[in-house]
Design a protein around this ligand. Structure first.
Ligand code: ZN
Length: 157
């Protein structure tokens, strides 16, 4: 039952932006509204006594301290940009519901390239895999700095 919760704590324990001591129970992020309660971040109504804080995801976005980058490129992308961006946004929504700290920080669009920066590596992987599954092409995943940063490249001509 508690497996998912334990795994999430384990994952964030190495995060310089996450230490249980820093967040009081219960507390609520004044930027995104995520609640820290029972040792995990979750989307729920903030309890009345919740203290205000800035969650690790919002801190990372403010500091531009990203956990992943996804680079999409190629002629196919250029021809299907809206469709692919919609897929990306839907995947982010699903991931964020499951793991509230996994988010897209920025999306940069150029002519035939999209660069997405994410708060953590897990969502970068999910986005790359979703695009690859839906549209084929080639996918490369490169973990860096002890698996805490992921560079994803997807390309289709
Ligand atoms: Zn937040």
């Amino acid at each position: 039952m508690n497996n998912r919760k334990d795994r999430m704590i384990e994952e964030y324990i190495h995060d310089p932006y996450f230490s249980k001591e820093k967040y009081e129970e219960p507390s609520v992020c004044e930027i995104c509204g995520v609640v820290f309660h029972d040792g995990v971040f979750k989307w729920e109504e903030a309890p009345k006594n919740a203290k205000k804080m800035v969650c690790p995801a919002c801190r990372r976005i403010q500091d531009k301290y990203y956990g992943g980058v996804v680079e999409l490129s190629g002629a196919f992308l250029k021809a299907h940009k809206e469709e692919i961006l919609n897929l990306i946004k839907n995947e982010e929504e699903k991931e964020k519901n499951l793991r509230p700290l996994e988010r897209i920080a920025t999306i940069e669009e150029n002519d035939d390239k999209i660069t997405i920066k994410t708060t953590y590596e897990h969502i970068a992987r999910r986005l790359g895999e979703a695009v690859h599954k839906a549209y084929k092409g080639s996918l490369e995943l490169n973990y860096q700095s002890g698996a805490h940063f992921l560079r994803v490249k997807w390309h289709r001509d």
